[in-house]
Design a protein around this ligand. Structure first.
Ligand code: TYD
Ligand code: MG
Length: 467
């Protein structure tokens, strides 16, 4: 039989090409295609005799099911993000930028679990034993019974964790360093990572140990190389944060055993990660309520309300094409709001630079933030500060209408709890909390919002012409 030709695999999306190219046709990334052995140790292809299948018992959808058996870490923000703790026999991928604190988080989790009497194995492929020990000392975890190994070979790791009593949790830090004898390609390639992860998942399913896999992400936010890994594991969590800020967010993007919209919030200190149980206080911490262009958005992260300040700066431009710079929000959503403001409210920003920032390095993904953003923009343009004791939320449609958003009551309750006494919200909102002394300003549409903030819409248009 002819030797199979080598293949070229994109390290970003896993697309297979027959020859090398600078750009991957699958995902459009440049310089991501690497030559790999097609057999890749996956154990298929020519040379193997197909084995006859064994029939499995078919079963009905109804019937007794048990709750997934979980291991609680006792770190409530971590348990919240995983949906109540690590599930036995499952594999979790924790992704994040290098240096964001993944190893720190997992060492703290390992220490907490070990104190709870669990058998924890921490396999470090990136750092030597001495380095991991140093970190453990700093975190006050050195006195726990976490078992440590510095190893990158898949077969050796499997032999190690299979020995002795079954571990409750195995941490592999990181999957990019894994390499297997059965795959011929270089460590870090799609084939190697996939083979390694597959072996780890198989171990978890067979033994019932929980498996935590650490993966680095590239600058555009994907787990470096193989997105394929995301499909293989049971849960994917991203550890995010801004280097300039101390807090970190653990965000669930996939979870076969729990909700996917929960976040855990931590703060990085000199003694490791500290839980932040009330994130709103953190994001509103350094607020200057009197300046124009700042609006507090009452957002939701899963079941938890999060209040965060959005800041806009609208300034006359000196460039031919005005600048639009956005941090923490979607720039095409900003373009949409600017267009709606212009089309329905006569607020023209074509001669203005627009800068938008979400305070504290936080990222907003909810369309419910539209109203807060529009308010901040109008406030900055008009030079009029928004009422400091108000929160804003509501989705804006292309027609200029303001649409209601979900969980109105929770948003308002959180705002009241943090001392806000008013809110601007969609007129059609249902489920307003009863018996509250706060002032709810019901906004019909975008022109209504603009005139409430800037007095009259005409004034804004005029200011525009004067510039
Ligand atoms: P680390 O967990 O090594 O990141 P990752 O595994 O995601 O690459 O964390 C590295 C950063 O965290 C490093 O810049 C130092 C900082 N750090 C603290 O600020 N306090 C601490 O107690 C620890 C252990 C780390
Ligand atoms: Mg690390």
């Amino acid at each position: 039989m002819a030797k199979p030709k080598t293949q070229f695999v994109c390290q970003n999306c896993g697309t297979v090409h027959s020859r090398w190219a600078g750009k991957c046709e699958g995902c459009g990334e440049w310089n991501t295609i690497v030559e790999e052995d097609p057999m890749g140790g996956i154990g298929s292809g020519p040379g193997k005799v197909p084995k006859k299948g064994r029939a499995v018992t078919l079963t009905a959808l109804s019937g007794e099911t048990e709750e997934a058996p979980r291991i609680h870490t006792g770190i409530s923000e971590l348990d919240r993000a995983t949906g109540g703790g690590f599930v036995r026999g499952s594999a979790v991928l924790i992704g994040g930028d290098p240096g964001i604190g993944k190893s720190t988080l997992l060492m703290q989790a390992a220490a907490a679990l070990s104190r709870g009497g669990h058998r924890i194995i921490y396999v470090s492929g990136e750092e030597a034993v001495a380095q991991v020990r140093l970190r453990a000392q700093r975190l006050g975890a050195a006195d726990t019974e976490v078992l440590l190994a510095a190893e990158t070979n898949v077969e050796d790791i499997l032999a190690t964790v299979s020995e002795g009593k079954r571990p409750d949790l195995v941490i592999i830090d990181s999957i990019q360093t894994l390499w297997s004898d059965t795959a011929d390609s270089a460590p870090g390639t799609v084939t190697q990572v996939r083979t390694g992860v597959q072996a780890m998942i198989r171990f978890a399913k067979q033994t019932g140990a929980a498996m935590v896999l650490v993966g680095h992400v590239t600058k555009d936010g994907q787990i470096a190389g193989p997105r394929v890994v995301e499909h293989m594991v049971d849960a994917v969590l991203y550890f995010e944060g801004d280097r300039g800020h101390h807090y970190r967010i653990l965000r669930t993007v996939k979870n076969r055993f729990g909700p996917t919209d929960e976040i855990g919030v931590f703060e990085m200190s000199d003694k490791g990660l500290r839980e932040v149980t009330n994130p709103s206080e953190l994001f509103l911490g350094e607020r200057n309520a009197k300046s124009p262009g700042a609006a507090v958005f009452a957002g939701m992260e899963g079941t938890r309300p999060v209040l965060v300040e959005v800041q806009a700066l609208v300034a006359a431009t000196s460039l031919g094409t005005p600048r639009r710079a956005v941090v923490g929000w979607d720039s095409s959503r900003l373009a949409m709001i600017l267009a709606v403001l212009e089309a329905h409210c006569g607020v023209r920003l074509g001669q203005h630079d627009v800068y938008l920032n979400v305070a504290g390095g936080y990222r907003i993904s909810e369309p419910a933030a539209d109203m807060a953003i529009a308010s901040a923009l109008v406030s900055s343009l008009a030079g009029i500060a928004l009422p400091a004791d108000h929160v804003f939320f509501g989705e804006i449609s292309l027609s200029g209408a303001v649409r209601p958003v979900s969980q109105t009551a929770q948003r308002l309750k959180e705002a009241e709890k943090l001392g806000f006494s008013g809110a601007m919200l969609p007129a059609t909102s249902a489920e307003l909390p009863k018996g509250s002394s706060a002032r709810w300003t019901m906004i019909e549409d975008l022109p209504d919002l603009v005139s409430r903030i800037a007095g009259s819409v005409k004034k804004l248009g005029k200011q525009e012409e004067d510039d």
